[in-house]
Design a protein around this ligand. Structure first.
Ligand code: CA
Ligand code: CA
Ligand code: CA
Length: 444
């Protein structure tokens, strides 16, 4: 199986991954990337023909948090012999970056590239949610406190137990959210997928991520790390888990426009290529006060080879395996025979970009609606599941301290986390030389 997976990666990429690793990963023989039953196989940079993301230069002296666009697009349009905004598939960005995404002819692209107001013209590419291993769960009563939340001691956090739910807002940039799931407090929804009107989740990944972060504590379903926190369903990925960087940037632009209302963003998605537009969009959104939490990726390689897990200002989260919600080992997760209790997940990306670990194997939480049934649950494994545990932790910090900056939120999460060597809470198997601690929210 591992050889089949490796064959999918391609020789050059594997050599690059090994050469660019900061330290040899001693456990690499036991590692393999995670395959998705629905066909998603991790980032494989696919170009979207003739579609480009145009980033304008910032006006000098632009204040942090101010709208990025102050007429630069209009300046460009006045220099062009056409207005790209008039096209139905053009997306304009004004808050996280100044710019737009559009389908352009070669001549139009050259014209835009030659304009002195333009910083970059980049190819738009397909971006996908992280692959996950998944299985639908039977209907009926279940244990509300699932292993992941127990392992990070979410049930002991005083903020998580506040009556009325956690007073913070988490935006989930993903496949949407099951808008009527009884466990999920979705207060806003918006679709960035062309031709899709609502952010109703037609894949299941976004609902699952949302529930890990914020499922209600109500004696039903499961409970998240920040129970009942307000959720924004920002659908940038379609029913197959695919989208584009321009759709992701559109969602980041929307978050940045509303940065006074959004505390935390979770992104469990990736691509292999860098994007100046994406990097600037995240920077500006963080400047506006929003904390970004992202999955490290499931390709068993250095997280610096993928975006946005390589962005220096996001919190990148790796996955551990846990089968019983407690440290100490000896309880391998039931749904994944290759994973070892309280050990680094075999598929998780690693490297110095990864600053925190969280549970990400055999996690049970909400899924998409099935016909008329909205009260659905799935078990999923992936760093996609680790990141929202940390996003919930970030929401707990913001609920207590509204003015905490993204850097302060991330520093607090890391300082409260448990060292890998901790006999009660630690984990084994992380051999890259960067010993990120394990999320713990008991004191948040
Ligand atoms: Ca619940
Ligand atoms: Ca355990
Ligand atoms: Ca590490």
């Amino acid at each position: 199986m591992a050889e089949l997976l490796a064959a999918n990666i391609g020789g050059d990429e594997r050599i690059q991954a090994r050469a660019e690793s900061d330290k040899p990963n001693e456990a690499s023989e036991a590692r393999s990337r995670l395959l998705d039953e629905s066909g998603i196989q991790g980032p494989q940079s696919k170009v979207i023909p003739n579609r480009y993301i145009i980033t304008m230069k910032d006006r000098p002296g632009l204040a942090a948090g101010a709208p990025a666009d102050q007429g630069q697009i209009e300046n460009l349009v006045s220099n062009l012999r056409f207005d790209p905004r008039s096209r139905s598939d053009t997306i304009v960005f004004r808050h996280a970056i100044s710019g737009f995404a559009a389908t352009l002819s070669p001549a139009e692209k050259r014209l835009i590239e030659s304009d002195p107001n333009v910083l970059a013209v980049e190819q738009d590419r397909v971006v996908s949610r992280q692959p996950v291993k998944r299985s639908l769960m039977a209907a009926g009563p279940r244990k509300e406190l699932q292993t992941g939340v127990e392992r990070v001691e979410g049930h002991l956090s005083p903020t998580a137990n506040a009556p009325g739910g956690v007073d913070a807002t988490i935006a989930i940039i993903d496949t949407g959210i099951n808008l009527r799931h009884p466990d999920l407090n979705v207060v806003r929804q918006k679709s960035f997928v062309p031709g899709v009107a609502t952010a109703e989740d037609d894949d299941g990944h976004g609902s699952h991520v949302a529930a890990i972060a914020a499922a209600r504590k109500d004696g039903h379903g499961t409970v998240g790390v920040a129970p009942g926190a307000r959720l924004w369903a920002l659908k940038a990925l379609d029913k197959d888990g695919n989208g584009s960087w321009s759709q992701i940037i559109a969602a980041i632009d929307y978050v940045t426009q509303h940065a006074d209302k959004v505390d935390v963003v979770n992104m469990s998605l990736s691509d292999t290529e860098q994007s100046k537009a994406l990097d600037r969009a995240i920077n500006r959104s963080v400047d506006a006060g929003v904390t970004y939490v992202v999955a490290a990726g499931n390709d068993a390689r250095d997280a610096k080879l993928e975006a946005p897990s390589n962005h220096p200002r996001v919190l990148t989260v790796s996955a551990i395996s846990d089968g019983n919600g407690k440290g100490g080992g000896g309880a391998n997760p039931a749904c994944e025979p290759d994973e070892v209790d309280d050990a680094f997940a075999t598929f998780s990306n690693y490297g110095k970009n990864v600053r925190l670990a969280a549970p990400g194997v055999c996690i049970e939480a909400a899924s998409k609606r099935q016909g008329n049934d909205v009260d659905t649950y799935e078990s999923m494994s992936g760093t996609s599941m680790a990141a929202p545990h940390a996003a919930g932790g970030a929401a707990l910090i913001k609920a207590k301290n509204r003015s905490a900056s993204p850097d302060q939120v991330i520093d607090k999460l890391i300082s409260e986390a448990k060292q890998q060597s901790d006999p009660l809470y630690g984990f084994t198997g992380d051999t890259d030389g960067y010993s990120e601690p394990l999320l713990n929210v008991k004191n948040l």
